[in-house]
Design a protein around this ligand. Structure first.
Ligand SMILES: Nc1ncnc2c1ncn2[C@@H]1O[C@H](COP(=O)(O)OP(=O)(O)O)[C@@H](O)[C@H]1O
Ligand SMILES: [Mg+2]
Length: 244
């Protein structure tokens, strides 16, 4: 569904942030994107959305170029790393219905969709709260709701569980696992990646350092430690020591 062919990008000339990346994500795959701070994870997600000028990416065979962006963004639901940049309507409810109304649903249909999503996420109590008066974790849940209400074909999630309490984190994990859509999840929460993704791509300095089954990559103590990461806690508590 998402294909990268020799994708490179630099914010400042001479400093490549994405460095000749080539890989494919098939429809229905759930892929974790991991790597140290500054490895290029958020940049890669932004490039897939067409938010950065960068050649070589296609989504459902549509090149990510200006004339295809509205079609591509309808397919891809994007949860930003910083929810303050995502929520722009006054209340949570208005934000969650904004997408569906924009895509042609009546206000009543959009309200019904928003109700379903808020119930799935357990955030009905936030419905009429002002976005600028809720906590970071509440805002993150609302931002996830705003994306899910648009029924995207694929989810690009940038640190979806950061700021979430354990109960909300678990709710998001269970919800992600119940959705049969394509997922690309950038996170340092490697237990969450292990719970939601069957494949992991490890980025290092804008290059793919490893790409393979989640249990294999996340279970390699050497790969993890070489990249500022740790074996997932669940892995450690199961008494595994890593396969390095
Ligand atoms: N808007 C920007 N302008 C210049 N450099 C940036 C910008 N955004 C990110 N970078 C740099 O690009 C690199 C990759 O950043 P990012 O994709 O955010 O990494 P990650 O999400 O893996 O932590 C980092 O070195 C970061 O400092
Ligand atoms: Mg990031």
């Amino acid at each position: 569904m998402i294909r990268l062919e020799h994708v490179s990008f630099e914010y400042e000339s001479g400093c490549p942030v994405l460095d000749d990346l080539s890989f494919e994500i098939q429809e229905g795959e759930a892929v974790g994107l991991v790597g140290a701070n500054g490895a290029g994870k958020s940049t890669l997600l932004r490039a897939m959305l067409g938010l950065l000028p960068c050649a070589g990416i296609t989504v459902d065979d549509l090149p990510v170029v200006r004339e295809n962006l509205s079609r591509i963004r309808k397919k891809l639901g994007y949860v930003l790393q910083n929810s303050d940049n995502q929520m722009f309507m006054p209340t949570v409810f208005e934000d969650i219905i904004f997408g569906p109304v924009n895509y042609g649903l009546s206000r009543q249909e959009a309200a019904q969709k928003a109700g379903e999503v808020m119930e799935q996420l357990g955030i009905q109590h936030l419905k009429d709260r002002y976005n600028h008066k809720i906590s970071g974790g509440e805002k993150r849940m609302a931002a996830i709701g705003a994306v899910l209400s648009m029924d995207p074909e694929a989810l690009l999630l940038d640190e979806p569980c950061s700021a979430l309490d354990p109960c909300n984190r678990r709710r998001v994990i269970d919800l992600l696992n119940s959705l049969p859509v394509t997922k690309l999840v950038a996170s340092h929460d490697l237990d969450m990646i292990l719970d939601t993704c069957s494949r992991v791509i490890l980025l290092s300095e804008g290059k793919v350092k490893a790409d393979g089954p989640a249990y294999e990559i996340l279970g390699s103590r050497k790969l993890m430690e070489d990249n500022h990461l740790e074996l997932p806690l669940g892995w450690q508590s199961r008494g595994r020591t890593g396969n390095c």
